[in-house]
Design a protein around this ligand. Sequence first.
Ligand SMILES: [Zn+2]
Ligand SMILES: [Zn+2]
Length: 259
Amino acid sequence: MIVDLHNHTPLCNHAKGTLAEYIEAAITQETAYFGISDHAPMDFDPRYRMRFDQMQTYERHVKEAKEHYHDKIDILLGYEVDYLQGHMDSRVLKADVDYLIGSVHFLGLWGFDNPEFIDQYEKRDIDTVYRDYFASIQALANSGLFDVVGHLDLIKVFGYRSKTDVKLLAKDAIKAIKKADMVIELSAAGYRKPVKEAYPSDDLLTLIAEADIPITFASDAHHPKQVGFKTQELEDKAKSFGYHKCATFRSRTREMIKF
Ligand SMILES: [Zn+2]
Ligand SMILES: [Zn+2]
């Protein structure tokens, strides 16, 4: 795909391969804008992310790669940041990067996308889980801290669906995203998970397209082999919803690229 803004590195402790391997995979895919957005450090859940004292190294390595590959591909620097009340850190939020992806991976202390804690889906009321999740996405948008919303409907990752129409549950969050002038990523990561479909769902994409919210594309690769996986599907899907341009960023400023 032409733009792919969400990719990880081994610094987060749960991705494989080297930065060069990710970038070379993207070059093979003929990606024009390739964004590295590894999990930002946080004083919570430190196992699955880089440490604060690794930020400098991370940023330097990506900037060096940008130089090294500049005649083949445009490398962008970002972070994927957890929207989690009380745990967001100004060192990350003020980092000198091209963009920040805001993601919700926790409801309270529950890491709901971690297979270790999947039993909670049976213990809780599923509509309440969905309501809490989208309330958190709405707060993420209202915070004004981020450029892109990561995997908008990640809460479906294990295939647990709300009883209430998800469009009703997500509509206020989508309104807030529009008001905040943020971008929503079309992510291939869901194809690799039990839910076996893209984030967001076609139902939500209908609302997103109606609201004319800009989109971008995301492999969310945690292995070089995942770079560009199902990219053609994502671009075709976006076109079928009336999109012809997608977003990329330079120093927190959005640019729209035809795809
Ligand atoms: Zn990850
Ligand atoms: Zn994520």
